[in-house]
Design a protein around this ligand. Structure first.
Ligand code: ATP
Length: 255
């Protein structure tokens, strides 16, 4: 049965999607079967892996609202072996359309359970909010990977995130854990980067990955080509660090 990891931080632009795509591809390189579920209406993970919106027949919205089986929404991506459940802008209405009568917090979990045996890892790219879609992800997953941007106010908002984790543990998912905290867009040349590194390690201790993701222009270019960093520029620093992260994640799971 696959391990389900949600990538979440309600702050926007911290590297959730970049990490979902490239950790996913990195895990595939290590011989894992991986499904990425896009739950962000911006659909950046979807387009970043080369899926044309016009080619999408069913998406995560249909799973959550129309009871479409997840299996019918799964597409192959530009990275061989990495599958995706796509998202489009249609998903932006889902939080309002999910009503209490629909068991609205557990719909994603129920859908994932139908495909979980087909994969080693299921990654959920969360939207930048702590709304119902993120609650669905936290209810469905085993653990949460929190990307933290190495910038001013890096820790701001994380206590809210941890409160949401506690609420979900209490009501829907007793075994929910923190998978790890990942420093992203790190610039070793600045004092700020080093300060944030120390601050985050003081707060989250061993939960912080040894692997740190630096700012790397190749990582920001790859999605516009619909490619993971491994396919876009295998020799880049970005490809090396996401490969190292994949190995660190696997080691944490005894693989
Ligand atoms: N390590 C990096 N180096 C350079 N650019 C990066 C890096 N990581 C992410 N970016 C760029 O920063 C922007 C935000 O990253 P990303 O989309 O992964 O964040 P996000 O947390 O998923 O955003 P949102 O909250 O909007 O969903 C993107 O343009 C991405 O290409």
């Amino acid at each position: 049965m696959g391990t389900v990891i949600a990538l979440a931080n309600q702050k926007g632009g911290v590297g959730k999607t970049t990490t979902s795509i490239n950790l996913g591809a990195g895990l595939v390189e290590q011989g894992q079967k991986v499904l990425l579920i896009d739950t962000d209406a911006q659909g950046n993970a979807t387009s970043g892996l080369g899926i044309q919106k016009s080619a999408i027949e069913h998406e995560i919205y249909d799973v959550l609202i129309n009871d479409t089986p997840m299996k019918e929404t799964i597409l192959k991506t530009s990275h061989d072996g990495l599958d995706i459940v796509p998202a489009t802008i249609q998903l932006s209405g889902a939080e309002i359309e999910l009503t209490p009568m629909m068991a609205r917090e557990t719909r994603l979990r129920d859908a994932i359970n139908e495909v979980r045996d087909d994969y080693d890892f299921v990654l959920i790219d969360c939207p930048p909010s702590l709304g119902l879609l993120t609650i669905n992800a936290f209810t469905a997953c085993d653990s949460i990977l929190i990307p933290v941007q190495s910038e001013y106010y890096a820790l701001e908002g994380l206590s809210q995130l941890l409160n949401t984790v506690k609420l979900v543990q209490k009501h829907f998912n007793r075994n929910l854990k923190i998978e790890g905290v990942l420093l992203t867009m790190y610039d070793a040349r600045t004092n700020l980067g080093q300060q944030v590194n120390e601050e985050v390690r003081k707060f989250f201790k061993d939960a912080v990955y040894q692997t740190i993701i630096p700012r790397n222009v190749r990582l920001s270019e790859a999605p516009s080509h619909g490619l993971s960093i491994i396919d876009y520029d295998r020799k880049s620093k970005g490809a090396q660090v996401y490969s190292a992260l994949a190995k660190e994640v696997l080691a944490a799971h005894g693989k």
